[in-house]
Ligand binder design. Structure first.
Ligand code: AP5
Ligand code: ZN
Length: 217
């Protein structure tokens, strides 16, 4: 399985991708998680990226394409397939991805977009808690951890992302509609796009996702 999972901030990409990963035994590449790892390590890229992320902008195509290229070339888990979460976010990123895959005689099978109305995303984003090491996300109302502020699996503390404020969310949404809506159009013309109603419960969204795999392939 080689697929792109698209959707606005808070749509549920990071919530659903692990289900797909477990079901199809493919790797989950989340560019936002990769950037947050750089921030945590305090690298130059991390310092640059943090500013951009907290302003709701996008890190350059060149850097992001390089990150994905490196994973696809070096991460052995990706040989069997992958879910890209948060990439591509611009049409040039989508074009570069196609070129990268062509060189490997591979191609994308699905571009699935989680569709949620912008006004539903505020509560999802402002209530989110994450486990930084794994990228696992929780929600203080919709998906609470068993113990408050504690990761269910490792027992480590949960934190709020610094870009998860109502103010930064507004900017992230503007960026999404400007830069990433055209990526959906790009995949529509390629005939691999499917949209899913992602305003439903996580379980219902997961069943809809499973249906797209049956129907398209
Ligand atoms: P990234 O980390 O990719 O953030 P994002 O796209 O804004 O998406 P989120 O992670 O916020 O949302 P999600 O869809 O994963 O939602 P989740 O499942 O956690 O990117 C961050 C930044 O990095 C970008 O702004 C940009 O600056 C930079 N960047 C990254 N990739 C880049 C690229 N390719 N090019 C350039 N720059 C890049 O769910 C959200 C919450 O809702 C959780 O609390 C969850 O528990 C809850 N929830 C999930 N599903 C449901 C449901 N069905 N019902 C109720 N609650 C739900
Ligand atoms: Zn995410």
């Amino acid at each position: 399985l080689r697929m792109v999972l698209m959707g606005p901030p808070g749509a549920g990409k990071g919530t659903q991708a692990p289900n797909i990963k477990d079901k199809f035994n493919v790797c989950h590449l989340a560019t936002g998680d990769m950037l947050r790892e750089q921030v945590k390590q305090g690298t130059d890229l991390g310092k640059q990226a943090k500013k951009i992320m907290d302003q709701g902008g996008l890190v350059s195509d060149e850097i992001m394409v390089g990150m994905i290229q490196q994973q696809l070339d070096e991460n052995k888990e990706c040989a069997l397939g992958f879910i890209l979460d948060g990439f591509p976010r611009t049409v040039p990123q989508a074009e570069k991805l196609d070129t990268m895959l062509e060189k490997k005689d591979q191609k994308l099978e699905h571009a699935i977009q989680l569709l949620v109305n912008d006004n539903l995303l505020v509560s999802r984003i402002t209530g989110r808690l994450i486990h930084p090491a794994s990228g696992r996300s929780y929600h203080n109302e919709f998906a609470p951890p068993k113990k408050p502020m504690t990761d269910d699996i490792t027992g480590e503390p949960l934190i709020q992302r610094s870009d998860d404020t109502a103010d930064t969310l507004r900017k992230r949404l503007v960026t999404y509609h400007q830069q990433t809506d055209p990526v959906a159009e790009y995949y529509k013309t390629k005939g691999i796009w499917t949209g899913i109603d992602a305003a439903q419960s996580p379980k219902t969204v997961w069943s809809s996702l499973l249906k797209c795999f049956d129907e398209q392939k």
